[in-house]
Design a protein around this ligand. Sequence first.
Ligand code: EPS
Length: 421
Amino acid sequence: MLRFLTAGESHGQELTVIVDGYPAGIPVDGAYIDSQLGRRQLGHGRSERQKMERDHAEITGGVRGGLSLGGPIALTIANRVWKDWQDRMSVTPGDLGEEVTRLRPGHADFAGTLKYGHTDVRNVLERSSARETASRVAVGGLAALLLEQFGIFVRGHTVSIGPEASEPLPGEYIIGRPGYPPSEDWMRLWEEVEASEVRCADPAAAERMIQIIDSAKAAGYTWGGVAQVVAYNVPVGLGTHTQWDKRLDAALAGALMSIPSVKGVEIGTGFASAASPGNQVHDIIRYGAGEGWTRLSNRAGGVEGGISNGEPLIVQVAFKPISTMRRALPSADLRTGEEVQAHYDRSDTCVVPAGAVVAEAMVRWVIASALLEKCGGDSLKEIRRNFDGFIAEQKSRVVGRPGDELGAVTVVGGSGAQAGI
Ligand code: EPS
């Protein structure tokens, strides 16, 4: 079983991550993980904090000679700002500075301080800060290195910021169907996403998004929005319908909802499907000799019955606007109950472009976990053997009675046998 834990505070010494269950023999490229951390730091509307940090994952265990060993992988990401916070964030007793008591509506401040019995909101906000998502992205980088071995790749982009939405892009509700290896045209779309300050391949929409972020920044408020993540080449058969907590869609929703600021997760055309008749929702199934199984659409977002169905996996993630605002909302003081303005140091105006990178990381993690459950093994070699066998079988898999003509396929063998083409 693949699992990870994170530790560390936003202004503490460093973030710490342990990843357990990562198979042996995967090439672990630290520079790649750092490049993912760099992507998370980008995006129009990010706060000054991102100029202070240059996130780097220091791998301190579980990798030797560039290859994973099969034991837990440990890594740390230093907080550069810690040098100015060493007293206030000291692990040992001492003067920890003035307590934060002005509660921010929308953050963990209120419920967290009451739950843990703190008098200083800082004891909650340091851990509830979305700084923790740097750890997720490092973990997602490790997952991506594993998935890459099996041709599975995951990309995230911004669909909307506040009321400004991009025009639908090629493909139905997704950025195309790339084939593998993906075509140059298709990859260019993702390069445009990567080059956009708001991770949006529609330049007119991107311009409007930038404008509303700038106005919000000047006025002291924030914007949320929707990011979409697409995973390609996910094989049929990850997750299962047989138990509630093993469904792939449930794992995706849980992982994505665990990202700070996320208030909604949609798989495929989830919410639009709820308003459409069934004959306009479900994806017609086709089988073609040589082509294998295909669909005429992908409104299910690549999951049916909690199992991946071989189509691209598509999720939308709704981020609420960041709750720390310069023009702070009226709130109450934890100590006195008096009406006060909520606490403010600094804030992102919009995190959706960075959120898309974090969402990518969580999707990678969920797919990697499900892949290991399906084709698990202790080493890359073992997983590959299981994966290749499984893929070879399902690509050509038609179930029928002996003698049935199924397109170009004649079913052979006993009743219900699988026939190759
Ligand atoms: C973040 C670092 C934090 C916040 C932000 C995310 O740094 P600081 O508290 O020093 O400004 O900018 O946190 C939030 C969005 C939040 O809601 O807490 C980061 O590195 O992403």
